[in-house]
Design a protein around this ligand. Structure first.
Ligand SMILES: [Mg+2]
Length: 200
């Protein structure tokens, strides 16, 4: 792929642009037995370890329309709009469940509905393979994997309970209050020439 002159900003979907956690917490709560502990955004990632919970989650995610009806996350959409304003070509980079092609289809429809009909979407099992100048992602493992081959790439990470302690020199944490810091970092990586170090 000839990427000269094209500045691509990659955006993760679940937990970044689309409110997977909010919908999952709501639906797990509706299936919870009275003697089970409540599920919250803060505790979801710890709840996910129980076999019975995983089975419920599988049923929840398999419902037609579940992925399509996830709410957009305003903080993520704000940074997406910022990147578009600064001249980035926004692409979506999402992990595709290998056995549920219905989820792929709904993710594509979601992006067309909330971002635009012509948005480029990469559904992959390895985010490290995909080129971009910056990656917006809430999940540290995917961020590390992508940055491993891109020492001059910029990561922007919306803060959540699960990634609160994550620190990386190329990553700006976005907590909903520091838009000036995020905008500055995006402008720096936009102006950076090929081969130039990332000076945040
Ligand atoms: Mg995510």
């Amino acid at each position: 792929m000839d990427t000269e002159g094209i500045d691509i900003a990659l955006f993760d979907m679940d937990g970044s642009l689309a409110d997977y956690d909010g919908a999952m917490v709501r639906d797990l709560e509706s299936l919870r037995a009275p003697d089970e502990p409540t599920v919250s955004r803060e505790s979801l990632w710890q709840t996910e370890t129980g076999e019975h919970v995983l089975a419920r989650m599988k049923l929840i995610k398999g419902q037609p329309g579940w992925w399509l009806n996830l709410d957009p996350i305003p903080a993520g959409m704000t940074v997406l709009a910022l990147c578009q304003q600064l001249g980035f070509d926004v692409h979506v980079l999402t992990k595709g469940p290998k056995r549920h092609s219905q989820a792929w289809d709904e993710k594509v429809q979601w992006c067309q509905r909330h971002i635009g009909p012509d948005v480029d979407i990469h559904v992959t099992s390895d985010k490290g393979l995909v080129y971009g100048k910056l990656l917006y992602d809430d999940y540290p493992d995917y961020m590390i994997r992508w940055l491993k081959h891109r020492p001059r790439g910029l990561g922007i990470m919306p803060v959540s309970a699960a990634n609160r302690d994550f620190v990386h020199p190329n990553v700006v944490k976005w907590d909903g209050t520091n838009i000036a810091e995020v905008a500055r970092a995006v402008a720096v990586v936009k102006k950076r020439n090929p081969g130039e170090a990332l000076a945040l």
